[in-house]
Design a protein around this ligand. Structure first.
Ligand SMILES: Nc1ncnc2c1ncn2[C@@H]1O[C@H](COP(=O)(O)OP(=O)(O)O)[C@@H](O)[C@H]1O
Ligand SMILES: [Mg+2]
Length: 512
């Protein structure tokens, strides 16, 4: 257990750390500390600010305000070298190894040690063996990094940090790259390291891992620290509520939904990823015209995969996808996104910048999915004036704040980018809308705009599947809430049946 005592200085302590990107506050006056021998879980949804806070600790970001103390001394970290010199090692989500070099070469690359330019690789190998022996972290110093499995590369990253003298080890979502059967061995290594006195920050959004591994847990939400307590004094349901928002007042069910016929349906969908891990198991659900079906759950429980199956971006291994058409339901299981768009489907994907937008003008982005159709093109000829008119209308209708349709989309704020995505997706009066985290990263005004648009589409008769980890958003908009856990639908609640306790329990895997 923890070897922390009052006489020893705290290895790492942050006070009032604030990081802003433009107007956006990614870390808001955060206090955070880790004791010697402590495994401290940093929990929070995607975008909560976990990585940002730890980039401050690793010397990669200088905060706008706040202080960092390492071993009781004020630390002014201006670069990763400053942090490393004070014993901070960080293993990033995306490894920073060079595949064409050996393990030993990777470990000492970029190091300044004892004034030598060329490290003695035999001595390095001996030291790596000793570290491997001590912590159960075996790596072959002479192996080429590019030949190693992802799990072994992760061990190399940890060994590299230890070789450089890390006494404070930050691991950013380390289990995301591990197969389930690799996690137990990895946790043994972390416990051994902690017993030897290392202070460990373990970033995760997986509640079960946090509960089984950590001594202490801190929860970030929208950049603010909302709780920090000994793990033994909390439970998964409480942590889920802290992550997703606990002081919710349930909006009144407005009872106005008069759902019509089935618009899209999945039956007994199964999906396994490239590592053969089951991501969706026996998922069945339907969305009807004039209805918003909210998909709730802690991030990473299959919601993303379900949305991609609905949109035609992911082919399920088993099961069926059906969509309504004028001639009756059609099986669209083998149909890609283009065919489904023709049948009236619109997808608002989660990662706007990577999957929804291309680094071109607003006008070009506005017509991305419909450029081959009338009136934008006719017999293969693209009409520039029609595109311009379409973009002008989209900008006006959606109040996109920009200099004009020629402005490059990546120079807009996140809220204005999302208005373009929404204008494009909703402008063609879709019958089915799959909206994934449609307000993530948006300010309050832009969020309200997105909500109004979705409600207007529902009133028009569209069927909406809303995937969101923001519980207040799901509660505010949905007529029915489907809760996913571990790739399965664990239950469905009507608005009248929803309570926070029930949702919290279901999100952590307890059936309704
Ligand atoms: N370099 C950056 N520039 C602008 N925004 C950023 C930058 N890095 C992170 N952000 C934003 O800060 C927020 C927190 O990001 P991050 O710390 O990566 O969250 P987490 O690790 O908890 O998922 C996100 O909304 C993200 O888009
Ligand atoms: Mg992160």
């Amino acid at each position: 257990m923890q070897a922390s005592s009052n006489s020893e200085p705290t290895p790492l302590s942050l006070s009032g750390v604030t990081v802003r990107f433009g107007n956006f506050v990614a870390n808001d006056a955060v206090d955070f500390s880790v004791g010697r021998g402590e495994i401290h879980a940093l929990l929070g949804e995607n975008g909560a600010g976990k990585t940002t806070l730890m980039r401050v600790v690793a010397g990669l970001l200088v905060p706008q305000s706040g202080t960092i103390h390492i071993n009781g001394q004020r630390a002014d970290l201006r670069s990763p070298l400053d942090a490393a010199a004070l014993g901070v090692g960080m293993v990033h989500q995306h490894f920073m190894l060079i595949p064409t070099l050996t393990v030993a070469q990777n470990v000492c690359i970029g190091m300044r040690r004892a004034g030598r330019f060329f490290p003695d690789l035999k001595a390095v190998a001996r030291e790596l063996d000793a570290i491997g022996e001590r912590y159960g972290l075996r790596v072959d110093p002479n192996a080429l990094v590019g030949d190693l499995t992802v799990a072994s590369q992760q061990r190399v990253e940890i060994v590299k940090a230890l070789y450089r003298g890390a006494r404070i080890l930050v691991l950013d979502e380390p289990t995301a790259v591990l197969a389930p059967q690799e996690v137990a061995g990895f946790f043994r290594v972390l416990r051994t390291l902690a017993e030897a006195g290392t202070a460990i920050v373990f970033i995760s959004h997986k509640l079960d891992e946090v509960m089984s591994l950590s001594h202490r847990v801190s929860v970030l939400r929208h950049g603010q620290l909302v709780a920090s307590k000994p793990t033994a004094q909390t439970n998964p349901a409480e942590l889920a509520r802290l992550m997703i928002g606990q002081d919710l007042t349930l909006p009144q069910a407005d009872g106005s939904a008069r759902p019509g016929g089935m618009a899209i349906e999945v039956r007994a969908i199964g999906y396994r990823d490239e590592r053969d891990v089951a991501r969706l198991s026996d998922v069945s659900l339907a969305a009807h015209r004039g209805e918003i079906v909210g998909i709730a759950g802690v991030d990473g429980n299959g919601q993303q995969e379900l949305a991609e199956v609905l949109a035609g971006l992911l082919a399920p291994r088993s099961g069926q996808v059906l969509m309504a058409s004028p001639g009756g339901p059609v099986d669209v299981t083998g149909m890609g996104p283009g065919g489904r768009i023709s049948l009236g489907l619109s997808h608002i994907p989660e990662d706007r910048q990577r999957t929804a937008l291309v680094d071109l003008s607003i006008a070009e982005n506005a017509v991305l999915e419909t450029i081959d159709r009338r009136p934008l093109s006719h017999h293969g000829m693209i009409s520039k004036s029609a595109i311009r008119q379409f973009a002008d209308q989209l900008i006006a209708r959606n109040d996109v704040r920009c200099t004009g349709p020629e402005q490059r989309i990546m120079t807009l704020s996140g809220g204005n980018q999302q208005k373009v995505v929404l204008g494009r997706a909703l402008g063609r009066d879709p019958s089915v809308i799959v909206a994934v985290q449609p307000t993530r990263g948006l300010d309050i005004g832009a969020t309200a705009f997105v909500h109004q648009q979705l409600l207007a589409q529902r009133a028009r008769g569209a069927a909406i599947v809303l995937v969101s980890t923001e519980l207040d958003e799901v509660l505010a908009l949905s007529d029915r809430i489907v809760v996913m856990f571990a790739g399965r639908v664990i239950g469905t609640l009507s608005r009248a049946e929803v309570t926070l306790e029930r949702l919290g329990a279901m999100m952590t895997g307890q059936a309704a």
